[in-house]
Each structure stands twice: as C-alpha cells, then as structure tokens.
Design a protein around this ligand. Structure first.
Ligand SMILES: C[S@@+](CC[C@H](N)C(=O)[O-])C[C@H]1O[C@@H](n2cnc3c(N)ncnc32)[C@H](O)[C@@H]1O
Length: 229
C-alpha cells in the first residue's frame, strides 16, 4: 500500500531535482544526446522514484539504516524520503566519481551524502539493502547482461567471459548480503532477483519476493522488494 510522502519531503525532492547539474550528468548517462535525455527523463525520474518511495519507505523501521549499492539520480526520491520521513541513516555508494560530485552538491542542505567508493567497504549492519541495475549493467558486464535480459545471442555468446563476470557479480553479492540484518529487506530489479535468491539458497535463508513491480525511468528495469529471513 502506498502512503503519500510528507509535504516537506516532496519539496526537498523537488528542490534537489531543480538543483542537479544536468549538463554535467549528460556525459555520465549518455555517449550522445544527453541534453534530450535529461529533458525527457528528469520529470519521470522524480515521479516514478517518488512512487517507489511511497511504497517502500513506510515499511522501513524509523531510525534504521539503508545501504545503497550503486545509487544515482534515480534513487534520490527514496533516499530523501528515508532520511526525512523516517529519520533513517542512508549510505549511498557509487563508483562514478563525477556523478557523486553532482549528487552531493544538489543534496548539500540534506543529510544525504554519496560515497565514491565500493559499497563492500560499508561498515556495520543495515536493515535494508538497495541494489538496482548494478549486477546486470551492460557496460560493466557486457557478456552477462544479455543473458540477464534474455537477449543472449547463441552464436556470439562467450561462456568464458560470462563465467568471469558471473564470479564478479557473485562476489559483490557475497560481500554485501552479510551486511543485512535478518529479518531485512532487499530492493532490487526483477532481473537481479536471481542473484539474491541464489545467495539465500546457498545460505539456507528464507526469502519472499513481492508480486508488485514498480517501473523506473532511467535504466528502465522494474523494481521489486525481497523480504529476507
Ligand atoms: C547502471 S548504473 C545504475 C544506477 C542506478 N541504480 C539506476 O538504476 O539508475 C550502475 C551503478 O552501480 C555502481 N556500482 C557498481 N558496482 C558498485 C559497487 N561495488 N559499489 C558501489 N557502486 C557500484 C556504478 O558506479 C554505477 O553508478
């Protein structure tokens, strides 16, 4: 069930989206046509992000901690809603240093600070992990990603390169999942559920995937929630 965010949270989200340096973000998200991309995506990104925040944030315990593995512009509404409406500690990580600079500048009035580091370096435990469109990223995993999306070409598919990338993906999951307290919650894309499920099976941890999916505006992978433990 969705619950409307407070007026102050909505205002904070609108302010951050108004203060983002979209010119700088063009080259982070696009090889070309970045100007057009942000003109088209900026508002859907705020709107769909707010819808996810309305579904997710009221279910998270007040004062808890969330680890965001690979968070960018799309995650801003949820991060802001967690921090303001639930007074939660949010720790977003992103390996793209130039994007982190832009995001932190836009969030300087808030308690949201992006870290340009590997999320596996995060300390302590979290009751919520967010990892959306990270393990199926076609730029980082060009051999694994087509398989994730059901688009692998059997003629050109390279199983050796795929295996290397699968080991990296499994290592990311292996490093991050133990940071989750149980019972806990994972937010991920429908394409990435299998990696979380695989970890749960290996560790004999029960999990339940939500039936409801939420659309996203930038990468476009639908989001779902997984109850762990
Ligand atoms: C395809 S982008 C998705 C960004 C965002 N989640 C979205 O849906 O728009 C993948 C992001 O994950 C980040 N990333 C990948 N592995 C990471 C790690 N181990 N720690 C932190 N960030 C990571 C990359 O830097 C990149 O910003």
């Amino acid at each position: 069930m969705r619950r409307r965010l407070s007026g102050s949270t909505r205002q904070a989200i609108a302010d951050v989206f108004a203060h983002l340096d979209y010119k700088h973000l063009e080259s982070v998200y696009c090889y070309e046509g970045g100007d057009e991309f942000w003109r088209a995506k900026r508002e859907p990104c705020r709107k769909l992000g707010t819808q996810v925040a309305e579904a997710l944030v009221p279910t998270l315990p007040r004062g808890g901690r969330s680890l965001y593995i690979g968070a960018g512009v799309a995650e801003l509404p949820v991060l802001i809603a967690e921090a303001i409406d639930r007074e939660r500690h949010v720790e977003p990580y992103n390996l793209r240093r130039s994007e982190v600079v832009v995001l932190n500048r836009a969030c300087q009035e808030l308690s949201v600070r992006f870290l340009a580091r590997d999320a596996s370096s995060a300390r302590g435990r979290f009751d919520h992990l967010w990892m959306v469109s990270v393990l199926n990223d076609p730029e980082r995993f060009p051999h694994l990603s087509p398989l994730s999306y059901g688009q692998a070409d059997p003629v050109s598919f390279n199983p050796f390169e795929f295996q290397k990338e699968r080991r990296i993906v499994q290592a990311i999951v292996k490093q991050c999942m133990p940071k989750l307290t149980t019972p806990g919650l994972v937010t991920t894309s429908t394409e990435e559920v299998v990696w979380i499920a695989d970890w749960c099976h290996r560790h004999k941890v029960p999990y339940r995937v939500s039936r409801k999916h939420y659309p996203t505006a930038l990468v476009g992978d639908p989001i779902c929630f997984i109850k762990i433990g």
